[in-house]
Design a protein around this ligand. Structure first.
Ligand SMILES: Cc1cc2nc3c(=O)[nH]c(=O)nc-3n(C[C@H](O)[C@H](O)[C@H](O)COP(=O)(O)OP(=O)(O)OC[C@H]3O[C@@H](n4cnc5c(N)ncnc54)[C@H](O)[C@@H]3O)c2cc1C
Length: 361
């Protein structure tokens, strides 16, 4: 059996790796360089932001992925030599208005959550936090990975395993014969396939023509990166929707905007000013640090952030694996497990209904 995966972001690459591990011949076809879109642009926090605001369907995938990440990152490092910089840096949330919901969520999903009620304790957790932060929800187990590194590691792993991929090759249309997928058309010719998985992120809906809507739309996120000093800032901090993510080498990411402006990845001075201002309000030391980079990515947006992990209801052999919105890295490994089970006709480990094509996403 040959499976073509359209899109080489984290979702497509992780799916390719797992299918190949199950003995399937796989070809990833990517329009640009592997991982050059949202998967490169993201922050790599291995938790939804304010996870209690999300459905059971999202939290379930997040909980499974959390256990899969440490061994996955180790395997990727062994296969590619690339350190994905998986760090348990913890997440400090300064918003207290949903404290009860947060505590209920933590209990339900067995996540450690401490309520911090004094600024001295806040400073023990993150010495660089602003003095005006005197309360917080502290989740010490939350991890992060560094997006460009996980892309590089996945690419290295594909090469080591002999998994085929084509870069700079847009898929222009699907090849369908009597309601059955038989391949994909690219600018470099047709690729025959027994099954096709659409993992094309924000562009997925455009490739799938269907009587039923596939509601995935681009949601732009801008991010800035400060050049800091290694070890100075240690914790991820989330405050009123904005967050900072300190990397191992001292770089600090600050994000992110949520903009529904179509397939437009331009960056704006207004966003830079807002992101910098809000980051400094969290960590005043950032005021002294230069901004090294400013970029935008297009998240594959769904209304509730519940991804499509499903067979197409009208075209045999066609599958959708997209719409992870703000949580593609978080949900990736668990989402891949379910996708692979469905594609190979295995008994799914979790109920696939919330991720079906006709479910609410
Ligand atoms: C600013 C920002 C911060 C984020 N922070 C986080 C975070 O902290 N944690 C987290 O989990 N998630 C985060 N995300 C979201 C996360 O990045 C996405 O959910 C995830 O990358 C989606 O992966 P994907 O593979 O589905 O999409 P993508 O990475 O966009 O990959 C889809 C690929 O398909 C290719 N493609 C499209 N059309 C075609 C075609 N016709 N032919 C061939 N190839 C095609 C594209 O070129 C692209 O490479 C963030 C996103 C942004 C923008």
């Amino acid at each position: 059996m040959k499976i073509v995966i359209v899109g080489g972001g984290v979702i497509g690459l992780m799916t390719a790796r797992e299918l190949h591990a199950q003995g399937v011949e796989v070809l990833v076809i990517e329009r640009g360089p592997l991982g050059g879109e949202s998967s490169w642009a993201g922050g790599g926090i291995i938790s939804p932001l304010y996870p209690w605001r999300y459905s059971h369907a999202v939290n379930q995938l997040a909980a499974i992925s959390k256990t899969l990440y440490p061994p996955l990152v180790q395997q990727l490092q062994d296969e590619s030599g690339v350190d994905c910089e998986l760090l348990t840096s913890g997440l400090l949330i300064t918003d207290m208005d949903e404290q009860q919901k947060a505590q209920d969520w933590a209990q339900q999903w067995s996540v450690r959550l401490d309520i911090i009620n004094d600024s001295e304790h806040i400073h023990q957790i993150e010495p660089q936090a602003s003095d005006i932060i005197d309360r917080g929800l502290w989740l010490p187990e939350i991890m992060q990975v560094r997006n460009p590194k996980i892309i590089k590691a996945l690419k290295g792993s594909l090469e080591k395993r002999g998994i085929q991929y084509m870069e700079h090759t847009p898929v222009t249309s699907l090849e369908i014969d009597h309601d059955r997928i038989v391949g994909v058309n690219t600018e470099a010719g047709t690729q025959a396939a027994d099954k096709v998985i659409i993992a094309s992120g924000a562009w997925s809906a455009g490739l799938i023509s269907s009587g039923q809507n596939v509601d995935i739309e681009p949601v732009k996120g801008q991010m800035i990166m400060f050049k800091g000093e290694a070890g100075l800032i240690r914790r991820m901090v989330l405050s009123a929707g904005h967050y900072i993510i300190p990397r191992k080498d001292g770089h600090v990411l600050a994000g992110s905007t949520l903009e529904r402006t179509g397939f437009n990845k331009s960056v704006t001075e207004d966003a830079l000013t807002e992101l910098r201002h809000d980051a400094i309000a969290i960590i005043p030391a950032l005021e002294q640090m230069p901004i090294e980079r400013h970029w935008a990515g297009l998240r594959p947006g769904t209304e509730q952030g519940i991804p499509y992990i499903c067979p197409h209801t009208e075209i045999d052999g066609l599958y959708i694996h997209a719409g992870h919105y703000r949580n593609g890295v978080v949900l990736g490994p668990a989402s891949v497990q379910l996708m692979v089970e469905l594609v190979l006709g295995h008994e799914p480990g979790i109920d696939p209904a919330p991720y079906a094509m006709d479910a609410v996403h």
